[in-house]
Design a protein around this ligand. Sequence first.
Ligand code: ADP
Length: 310
Amino acid sequence: MSGKEETVLEVAGLRKLYGKKQALKDVTFSLKAGTSFGFLGPNGAGKSTTMKILTGIVKADSGHVKLFGQDITNDTDAVARFVGYVPQDITLYEKLSAYDNLVFFGEAYGVRGIDLKHRIREVLEKTGLTDRANDAVETFSGGMKRRINIAAALLHRPKLLILDEPTVGIDPQSRNHIFEMIRELNDDGVTIIYSTHYMEEVEVLCDQVAIMDQGSVKAMGPLGELLETYGRKAIYVEVAGLTELPRLPGVGKVSKEGSGWVLETAKVGEVMQQLLQAASLHRWDVKQLEVVRPSLENVFLTVTGTALRD
Ligand code: ADP
């Protein structure tokens, strides 16, 4: 992708206190153009606060935000030009049609006249809601409202799109539609920041991941790298009639799972070999033998010491 090496966003040392509650302790990260960045963390981790600081809605107590190399910590005009923000709470005029809502938001972002008409047609197509354009938003499902809310943030062709938990409480069809939209935008070179507490969303959508917990970024990197560094490597084996598994060198924790065992090991290849040899030697009736793919779930557990629950 062109311009991928360009740094779009640099965030350094963000701190934020709400009364005595320290929402952000020290949030630091940077993003290259064209990245699809997943902000993963439980409720209360500080994701929304971080995003609100990036969009100038909330002021940080200290720290800096640079967009395209320009300090925007106090420059909300630059933010409005380059950034599209989809807040967690839907902000639409229920009595107005989808079209009129888009006119309102487009003008607020400085898009007008024929260009605005043209863009509204394009974003409605992207959201798959062209045929509902003239209906009042109050007749829409939660997922459709969310799609219009995303459309509203796209009218001014932002280079960075920030979405705060956009799939909470919506139907699967809208969710798929939103995923498709995000993928297309990202393919067109738009940098994406996507916050969620659903790991599977990050796994399918994002190439970079930050794990946030208790006000700071605990780990960050390409998804594959995080899985490699923090993910549990293991083998699952199931043998008919076997009640006890012999101890094998190179194997760490062994736990019973279903009718088989999960063997944690850093040496997956070697342990697999030993299992195959044991199977042949003892004439095991092997029902299943497979490498367990490390998941973001156990990365999260390793990094934060807690499970990420919905
Ligand atoms: P997340 O988006 O990861 O769920 P938030 O950024 O919303 O996390 O919240 C981080 C912490 O800051 C939480 O403990 C939350 O209760 C607190 N917080 C967020 N906004 C406010 C606010 N306006 N006033 C007081 N506390 C807040």
